[in-house]
Design a protein around this ligand. Structure first.
Ligand SMILES: C[S@@+](CC[C@H](N)C(=O)[O-])C[C@H]1O[C@@H](n2cnc3c(N)ncnc32)[C@H](O)[C@@H]1O
Length: 122
């Protein structure tokens, strides 16, 4: 499979999973967490899907598309290992959906990050 096909397949799968999650929690109240802003594509998809819901974004260093940067009240800037605990104590038990896209392409590092996030969010 070419790398072009591979990236298309990954992004289609990500959108399908995100759309399913969006449907599943549509009637649940509460904010959404976007873990890893990146270019802002999935953040833009979330806010288009949930125009009336608060979305809080976690990102170590913002370098997203200029139209996809949240305001300061909705941005936790810094290492997620340092920002997530504070946010969770503020929003404990209220978060309707957390979308994590923190992948770096380093398998071991990404597995550690996924384990850390899962532990904190459950
Ligand atoms: C793959 S990108 C996210 C892409 C995004 N979902 C989009 O659609 O544009 C991953 C992002 O997570 C951020 N990130 C990775 N590990 C992080 C950490 N430990 N703390 C904060 N941000 C992190 C990176 O800086 C990067 O911007």
């Amino acid at each position: 499979m070419s790398r072009l096909d591979s990236v298309l397949r990954r992004l289609q799968a990500q959108r399908d999973c995100l759309n399913l999650a969006i449907r599943l929690v549509r009637d649940l109240p509460g904010p959404v967490f976007e873990l890893g802003l990146g270019n802002g594509r999935t953040y833009d998809h979330l806010r288009e899907s949930y125009p009336d819901r608060e979305i809080f974004v976690f990102e170590r260093r913002v370098s997203a598309h200029v139209d996809c940067i949240p305001d300061a009240e909705h941005l936790f800037e810094g290492e997620i290992e340092e920002t997530l605990d504070g946010a969770l104590s503020r929003f404990a038990g209220t978060v309707a959906l957390a979308h994590a896209d923190l992948g770096s392409g380093h398998a071991v590092r990404d597995a550690c990050t996924a384990a850390m996030i899962s532990t904190k969010l459950t």
